[in-house]
Design a protein around this ligand. Structure first.
Ligand code: WT7
Length: 635
């Protein structure tokens, strides 16, 4: 019998050892006993990190939606699959049962087919957190179309880049979206994006805000009447294990966003298995992950992982601050949420509010608390543990990435003793390594280094859409035969891991992964700007905020700096989205550079963080004199 549900620490160690010594036997047992296959695999794993090429369950056939929906119908047909909580607390919640989900996904899938979407086609989903978001994802998966969800907070430019990169044929969107007291003109953003997207043939529009929107004849269709006419039955396309399931873009330290490609079988097995154990999920639990489905956290732990386990998964449309900062706790009470999974930035924002907003509500249903997206600081950890968990709900600080598909380092609640700010132990099957700057693995405990993974796990991304070379260069070239995460980590005396943060030019702001290059590119588009450099600096709610150093073309010209700052932030909003706006913009005479012309971000980072006691040797710089000037004018 496989160890699908791990219940105590000895069992964890025993299963972990097996997963490392006999990974193929281990994953084969998990896959065999807990999923529905149309055909079993010929080979569990083949891999070569030098190419890199990784295949799990090769030869197997399946459809992930049969695992997430159909197979539950006989036992859980009337159970709530998706529990939708709207933005407006006065609008009733919607309980979508597994039977209803089956019907709605089939209807949607049939509409996609009518629109000419076939297996392998890419469909862009730019939809707010309403049920149609989850349903459209599953509908794509049902017919073998590859979904590419773009977070509905991204700008039209960012949306267009992503649509074009994977040449999506169809876009699903909504007339508008709610965000607290605000309404956002989503369809307008799509219309703007589509001016430059030749591959898009049709747009399906969900009615949500009932705003008047432009409908382009022959291209745009209201979804509802099409769904009403569509059949509630439909066969799932039989997919191969390694067929792409979805593309999800993540920002890199340089250049265009990277379209991470996840495939069917391995992703399903790993997200389901991590969901079960990391949240100690049981049949009658109500699981709530507050992330947006536009991020990997939502893909894996709102949609696929929970549904593959036949769970009830909460989808919340709104924001933590509307109508007030008690909203999360009101929802926990109302739906008797048992597992609550959120981000440190939300925890810090909520911890700033009066405790009466927590005490007003009955949180006794909670059993497990989760954190994801960035390192959780000690203070936030204790507030979460004491004020929300009342010391009885363990915190699972889960480390993972868009690229890893599922949770990689995490405590298993009630199994692994937690330690503040530590993600603790590798999940079953995960083989981390800490590396030094000479490319050697650092063995033993009480050490720190760059975090790599030295053996494949089932849900790892297989490539970057359209650019396998970039996949290799980014993840498999820094260290021989290892996947490099881009993070630094330390391992304590008992082997617990603590993630210390990015070691590359990616900055995590409010849990969002932002590359410096695309932001700098946006700034440099301003006609007055000659050069710019972005660094992160500590921020008590966002974790990091962005600090921009900007050199103007004509330093003699006396331009209004306040106006320039506004224009720069507007450019960033247009090109990327409001999440990438800079908190501080300092105008400088120059940027510190190495002799080879590389901007020394390390120095800029220290200055922005007010940590200038040890700037290191600046004498080898091309232009050491700018450092003092920058320090004198720091904001
Ligand atoms: C980066 C990945 C996968 C979830 C959402 C983010 C940072 C993520 C933790 C954590 C410390 C964390 C890392 C990672 N990160 N979780 N528990 N502790 N850091 O996905 O946008 O792909 O970002 O988020 O730096 O590399 P992502």
């Amino acid at each position: 019998m496989s160890h699908y549900h791990i219940k105590h620490l000895e069992e964890y160690y025993q299963v972990y050892r097996k997963s490392v010594r006999e990974p193929e036997n281990f994953w084969e047992e998990i896959a065999e006993e807990h999923f529905l296959w149309r055909k079993k695999w010929d080979k569990v794993l083949s891999w070569d990190f030098t190419k890199p090429e990784v295949k799990w369950f090769e030869g197997a056939q399946l459809n992930i939606t049969e695992n997430c929906i159909d197979r539950h119908l006989s036992t859980r047909g009337d159970k709530t699959a998706i529990l939708f909580e709207p933005n407006d607390p006065n609008e009733p919640a919607e309980h979508i049962t597994y039977r209803q989900l089956y019907e709605r996904v089939n209807q949607f899938a049939n509409v996609l087919k009518e629109q000419g979407i076939q297996r392998g086609d890419r469909v862009c989903i730019y939809v707010p957190m309403i049920p149609e978001l989850a349903i459209s994802i599953l509908a794509c998966a049902r017919i073998g179309a590859i979904h590419s969800v773009v977070f509905a907070g991204f700008s039209s430019k960012a949306l267009a880049t992503r649509i074009n990169d994977s040449e999506c044929k169809l876009v699903v969107t909504a007339d508008g979206s709610y965000r607290g007291a605000k309404t956002i003109d989503l369809k307008g953003i799509v219309d703007e994006a589509l001016q430059n997207c030749p591959s898009v043939k049709s747009v399906l529009v969900v009615k949500r805000t009932n705003e008047d929107v432009h409908m382009e004849a022959g291209r745009d269709h209201w979804l509802e009447p099409l769904l009403d006419k569509a059949s509630k039955e439909g066969k799932a396309e039989i997919m191969n294990a390694e067929d792409p399931l979805f593309i999800l873009y993540t920002s890199g330290s340089t250049g265009r966003p990277k379209g991470m490609v996840h495939t069917s079988a391995g992703y399903m097995v790993y997200t389901a298995y991590t969901f079960k154990n990391t949240f100690q999920y049981r049949e009658h639990d109500i699981f709530w992950c507050t992330a947006d489905i536009g991020w990997i956290t939502g893909h894996s732990y709102i949609v696929y992982g929970p549904l593959a386990n036949g769970a009830t998964t909460v989808m919340f449309e709104g924001v933590p601050s509307y109508p007030d900062f008690g909203r999360f706790w009101e929802i926990v009470q109302k739906h008797k949420v048992t597992q609550f999974y959120t981000a440190p930035t939300a925890i810090r924002a909520l911890a700033k509010q009066g405790v009466e907003l927590v005490d007003k509500y009955d949180l006794s249903s909670l059993k497990v608390l989760g954190s994801v997206g960035e390192p959780i600081n000690e203070e936030a950890w204790h507030w979460y543990n004491d004020t929300i968990g009342k010391g009885k709900s363990p915190i699972v600080d889960t480390w993972w990435q868009t690229e890893t598909g599922g949770i990689m380092i995490t405590p298993i609640p009630f199994v692994t003793p937690t330690k503040p700010t530590y993600a603790t132990l590798p999940f079953i099957g995960v083989q981390p390594a800490l590396m030094d700057d000479n490319g050697q693995e650092i063995k033993g405990n009480q050490v720190d280094g760059k975090l790599c993974i030295k053996f494949p796990w089932p849900s790892m991304a297989r490539t970057i859409w359209g650019d396998h070379q970039r996949y290799k260069d980014t993840y498999f070239s820094a260290f021989e035969n290892k996947y490099f995460t881009g993070d630094g980590a330390l391992r304590d005396e008992v082997g617990y891991y603590r993630i210390t943060g990015r070691v590359d030019d990616v900055i995590i702001v409010s849990g969002h992964n932002l590359g410096t290059a695309p932001i700098e590119d946006a700034i440099n588009e301003h006609p007055a700007v000659s050069e710019s450099a972005i660094v992160g600096f500590p921020h008590d709610v966002k974790g990091n905020a962005l600090y921009g150093y900007v050199t103007l073309k004509d330093t003699g010209e006396s331009r209004n700096h306040e106006n320039l700052r506004k224009e720069i932030n507007q450019l960033i909003t247009d090109r990327i989205g409001p999440i990438a706006k800079l908190d501080k913009i300092q105008f400088t005479q120059g940027l510190p550079k190495t002799r080879s012309g590389k901007i020394m971000r390390r120095i800029l980072r220290k200055i922005a963080s007010n940590d200038t006691s040890n700037l290191g040797d600046t004498s080898t710089l091309l232009n050491p004199e700018v450092v003092q000037e920058i320090m004198d004018n720091v904001l």
